[in-house]
Design a protein around this ligand. Sequence first.
Ligand SMILES: *Cc1c(COP(=O)(O)O)cnc(C)c1O
Length: 369
Amino acid sequence: MSGLWEIENRTAGAARRARAQREEILANPGFGKYFTDSMVTADWTADKGWHDGQLIPYGPLSLDPATNFMHYGQAIFEGLKAYRHEDDSIKTFRPFENARRFGRSARRLAMSEVPEELFVASIEALVEQDQDWVPGGRERSLYLRPFLISTEIGLGVRPADSYKYLLIASPAGAYFAGGISPVSVWISDDYARAAPGGTGEAKCAGNYAGSLLAQAEAAAHGCDQVVWLDAIARQKIEEMGGMNLYFVYGSGDSARVMTPKLTGTLLPGITRESLLTVAQDLGIRVDEGEITVAELKVGCESGEITEVFACGTAAVITPVGHVKSRLNGSFEVNGGTTGEITLALRNALLDIQSGEVPDRHNWMHPLVD
Ligand SMILES: *Cc1c(COP(=O)(O)O)cnc(C)c1O
């Protein structure tokens, strides 16, 4: 129960997996493969507004085949994590930032916005209920996936008159099981992720559907991830797959970092935004700017650009070691190795999220004491 929004617990008597089964899953959870015992749902209709917030056993939905979102894609999502700290308390990272972004995504897709307090109350209720599913240890977490779909039945093309909010959770192990290793990226010269005036800023399902062919092309060229350019000139680097990018110039005390500025076609990552602050805490100069593929190539070859990394909730920070593209050929970043600024920033953010340093920016939100 939380303030204005009461999530009714309807899991009494429901089957839960046995401790042994849960522990077997938690020993090697991977990412997004297993889900906890419960989920939250809430509904919006024009006459009632948001209502019927409930915690229920995890399970399939029954949907009419003419349910609007399956045809026209009014579907948005969020991603954040719950961490078990040394003292066994459970906390999450900046959930109101996710709540606000969820609201902006809803607005862009002409969907009904989920109140921020309902969004956070749903997370509190689910994590409290399924707290045994939050693994302990640095780099391990319970990944939380809030999402919103339109539920009006019919094939008319218009903003739906009913919506369903859902929250599910999935235990996540360390992203780099065998230690951090840089990824290779394919710069997509032929496909675009987001155009001015489009939905690039919204965390909507359709953006991902539109990216999969380019991701497959990256894989066909032996690369782990795709990097997106601006849709007009196809010069400026925007982001990587589902992560934002950072570029490091110089090294040691004179190092500075730059991330592409938000133009409306980039997804405003909460990790990206947090790292602007974390870098300053470490005495590293930060900038929001622009960089073209040609500048990246020249910079990497001259040594002016010393490191490149991607950042997002799922993997925190991922170094980029190799760059390939149809128009600009192949080149290495930092000799294909993980740089020291990348590691320092990664450790500083993980220290905060795992509760190993004081939370001086008040970013951690308590879920279970
Ligand atoms: C979610 C997402 C990110 C990263 O956002 P975080 O809030 O840091 O997890 C970056 N780019 C895209 C396209 C995304 O969908």
